[in-house]
Ligand binder design. Structure first.
Ligand SMILES: O=C(O)Cc1cc(O)ccc1O
Ligand SMILES: [Fe+2]
Length: 446
């Protein structure tokens, strides 16, 4: 695929007007200064405009074309021009393998992270809930939350351990990356590929959200099978940035997450100095409201795999390292059907978050499933509608019904999640979550 279409999205007052390149997985190309991209070759003897040519590989050179991810960057200085990194405190960031505790079969739910008390940027505000796999083996994933009240200035972050799927819940982020600037507001998700450097700028006083750090194969669009050629997330709705560079000659701290630790080096310039680029290892943003929701128009509640936005496949067909699933506004019309999510036990592990409103299987409000909160239903943990939802939905008069009062999502992973101590012992862990399934009456009449 080639992607040359550009799309502009409305930015809020005072924010830059951002242009984007559209399409998922495209061989995009972009130059901030005309003539900065070499033609016909990647690495001419002297790159145009006195730039340095550099390849960034997100896959092994030899991976099949379908899975090959790389970009060529034309930059003011090569990334190699940096002083040594030294290890810094991890603060509240943890990585796989997770060894703080043993995996817990209990159903768990958290309220939102408390507001930061001191100046906290996106990196300082990352707080790891747990995960699975092993970052050094490039398997598994981690669930992080973030809360920030300041922008990253002269501070840049890159994650060698995996790609970052950022799910804002409150406050939009401007993500200044090596490839240009993306804006991700609540209701949108942004993906920063492995190794790509960025800094997060707040557009208001506060920002909060979720991050899926995927150590495994990069997220891709799911196959559509019998759905056909269209449906779910449309490839053309994914937006990559256009090239934009920082020509900054002052100290900039670059933080590198590497095999679970944070390392820092102070460069004498900004590493966001890419004037032109081409390739398919690129960041992107996607508006979840564009998701084409497909469901049952006869009876029964389909499995939530029908809501998969992105999947990170494993070596076993159909078994994802992690799926990103969205519960977007939709109509429910099932006849003689219990319409909310059913009671179930799942070999896959489900972490759920709420971006806005309410979720149809759970009661919201204080002590319930609330925006910014999260729930964990680990492998084979019994869960489903809470008592109130069960009673209401079992008695409801069935007419076509629009579900449009919320936006929830799920990170669904093939391996159980192990919690960090800070998640297990958090004040914002809801201690009485099991009670939502208490009082489900016996109705058996043989
Ligand atoms: O547990 C959940 O709420 C997630 C979920 C939703 C759904 O529609 C069906 C199954 C499922 O696990
Ligand atoms: Fe579930």
């Amino acid at each position: 695929m080639t992607g040359t279409d550009t799309e502009r999205t409305g930015a809020a007052a005072g924010e830059p007007d951002l242009a984007y390149l559209t399409g998922f997985g495209n061989e995009h190309s972009s130059e901030a200064v005309p003539g900065a991209l070499p033609e016909g070759r990647n690495s001419p003897q002297r790159a145009p405009l006195g730039l340095y040519a550099e390849q960034l590989s997100g896959s092994a050179f030899t991976e099949p074309r379908d899975h090959n991810h790389r970009s060529w960057l034309y930059r003011i200085r090569p990334s190699a021009a940096h002083p040594p990194y030294t290890r810094i405190a991890r603060r509240q960031v943890r990585s796989a393998p997770f060894t703080d505790s043993v995996p817990d079969p209990n159903r768990l739910r958290w309220d939102p992270l408390p507001e930061p008390q001191e100046p906290t940027d996106f990196v300082d505000g990352l707080w790891t809930l747990g995960g699975n796999g092993d970052a050094t083996q490039r398997t598994g994933m981690a669930v992080h939350l973030y809360h920030a009240n300041s922008s990253m200035t002269d501070r840049v972050f890159g994650d060698a351990d995996g790609e970052l799927l950022i799910v804002p819940e409150s406050g939009a982020l401007l993500l200044h990356t090596e490839f240009g600037v993306l804006r991700a507001a609540p209701g949108e998700v942004a993906l920063i590929p492995r190794g790509v450097r960025f800094r997060a700028v707040l557009t208001g006083p506060h920002a909060r959200g979720y991050v899926c750090e995927n150590y495994g194969r990069p997220f891709q669009l799911p196959d559509l099978g019998p759905i056909g050629a269209n449906g779910l997330a449309g490839a053309r709705d994914f937006r990559a940035p256009v090239a934009a560079y920082e020509d900054t000659e002052r100290p900039v701290e670059v933080i590198n997450k590497f095999c679970g630790n944070l390392w820092s080096a102070t460069y004498d310039h900004s590493p966001l100095d890419v004037v032109a680029w081409h390739g398919n290892h690129v960041p992107y943003v996607y508006d979840l409201r564009r998701f084409n929701v497909i469901g049952s128009i006869s009876y029964d509640h389909p499995d939530p795999s029908i809501f998969t936005v992105l999947t990170s496949p494993s070596d076993t067909p159909g078994l994802a390292g992690v799926d990103f699933v969205v519960f977007a506004p939709r109509w429910l019309v099932g006849e003689d059907t219990f319409r909310p999510p059913y009671f179930h036990r799942n070999v896959m592990t489900e972490y759920m978050g709420l971006i806005e409103g309410a979720y149809d299987a759970k009661t919201g409000g204080r002590g319930g499933f609330v925006p910014g909160g999260g729930s964990l239903h680990n492998m084979m943990s019994a869960h489903g509608p809470d008592r109130e939802t069960f009673e209401r939905a079992s008695a409801a008069e069935l007419a076509p019904q629009k579900i449009d009062d919320g936006l929830a999502f799920m990170f669904e992973t093939r391996w159980p999640l192990t919690l960090t101590d800070q998640a297990k012992d958090a004040d914002h862990l809801q201690r009485g979550y099991d009670d939502v399934w208490q009082g489900l009456q016996r109705h058996f009449r043989p």
